[in-house]
Design a binder for this molecule. Structure first.
Ligand SMILES: [Zn+2]
Length: 125
């Protein structure tokens, strides 16, 4: 059972929100799948589909719907790359949007303009 809800995000499109309080180090989301894609296959995806591909441990991984968190430079969860689950970096309150740091889950050379609005925002990442 996953205690999260998907709703409109202030950061971008839809986001995933905590449906209860979480303690630091608690597993918040466990991915249902982690399908690996070849570089060739990734090259054939549309721009929209590419948004759902992460680069993890040197592999292209298709992220399941519950793994599509928005990025924040002040993220509250991180991806456990061994077990494919998101773990709370700090205590999280019910209703907070769950965010991860894309800089740690992307190919070298990945760029995007960040609008997360956190104090330590890097702007261009
Ligand atoms: Zn930012």
């Amino acid at each position: 059972m996953i205690d999260v809800v998907i709703k409109k995000s202030k950061i971008h499109g839809e986001g995933i929100f905590a449906a209860r309080d979480y303690n630091k180090c608690e597993v918040v989301i466990r991915w249902s799948t982690h399908c690996e894609l070849s570089k060739e296959k990734v090259g054939k995806l549309s721009e929209k589909e590419k948004q759902n591909v992460s680069y993890i441990n040197g592999k292209y991984i298709l992220v399941p719907p519950e793994g599509r968190l928005n990025h924040s430079c002040n993220s509250n969860v991180y991806l456990d790359k061994e077990n494919f689950c998101y773990v709370a970096k700090r205590n999280i309150k019910k209703g907070e949007e769950l965010t991860t740091d894309y800089r740690k889950e992307s190919e070298p050379g990945f760029e995007m303009i960040c609008k997360c609005g956190s104090k330590n925002c890097h702007g261009n990442i």
